[in-house]
Design a protein around this ligand. Structure first.
Ligand code: DX5
Ligand code: ZN
Length: 222
């Protein structure tokens, strides 16, 4: 089954409680939460304090994406705040295997993310420690950017690497510029979780947006 993860970065923060409720009523599967530090990426967004508040309002799992340098320093804070999946960047962490195992030892699912310029082959020696691989399909930092078409090849390459290694439980998450219009291609290439920020929160009808994604997934038998 393909899961949809609306990214609250594009939600109306003055109405966050209502946005959370409407996202759940629309049939989403996860909340994607982007934490940025102004150093790894040129933007500063959400810290663990906000995650803690979202946790109180949400019943869906929280999928927290850390775009911060040396994320190992903050793993416990984000898990204590309520992260169910915690993803760190390959480019930002020196001892990735240890960080992923730390995440799992604290009870969350561990994700590793790569930027558009990092090849999938970089994941060769870390894949076995990850529950989720988050492929960035834009350069991280902001919502509302255009999907980089080359990402489709990376999704397919990752899918075959996962299959080859027999790691069938490892999920592929795609983040950046995903829309109802390109969802079929993203799913067809092998994505399991679709992050959607602006395309979800700027849509007229959240329920219809989720329905449209489900229809694309079903057309692929997933
Ligand atoms: C970008 C973030 C994304 C962002 C996606 O750096 O990691 O999660 O919220 O937003 P859209 O779907 O608008 O590209
Ligand atoms: Zn993200």
């Amino acid at each position: 089954m393909v899961l949809t993860a609306p990214s609250i970065l594009s939600a109306n923060f003055l109405e966050l409680g209502r946005e959370i409720k409407e996202t759940e009523e629309a049939g989403a599967d996860l909340f994607h939460i982007d934490a940025m530090d102004g150093s790894f990426v040129p933007n500063i967004t959400i810290g663990y304090f906000i995650v803690e508040h979202v946790k109180k309002a949400a019943s869906l799992p929280l999928d927290v994406h850390l775009m911060i340098e040396r994320p190992d320093r903050y793993i416990k804070n984000f898990i204590d705040a309520g992260a169910d999946i915690l993803t760190v960047h390959y480019e930002a962490d020196r001892h990735l295997n240890s960080t992923l195992n730390l995440i799992k030892s604290l009870g969350a699912k561990a994700g590793v993310s790569i930027n558009p310029s990092t090849p999938v082959s970089a994941l060769e020696d870390v894949l076995h420690d990850a529950d989720v691989v988050l492929l960035m399909s834009v350069n991280p930092g902001f919502g509302g950017q255009r999907f980089i078409p080359h990402s489709l090849k990376k999704i397919a390459a990752l899918k075959s690497m996962i299959t080859q290694k027999g790691l069938t439980g490892t999920k592929i998450e795609v983040d950046g510029g995903v829309t109802v219009g390109n969802a079929a291609d993203v799913i067809g290439a092998g994505a399991d979780i679709l992050v959607m920020g602006s395309a979800f929160y700027n849509s007229e009808n959240y329920k219809e947006t989720i329905k449209a994604i489900r229809a694309k997934a079903q057309a692929h038998g997933r």
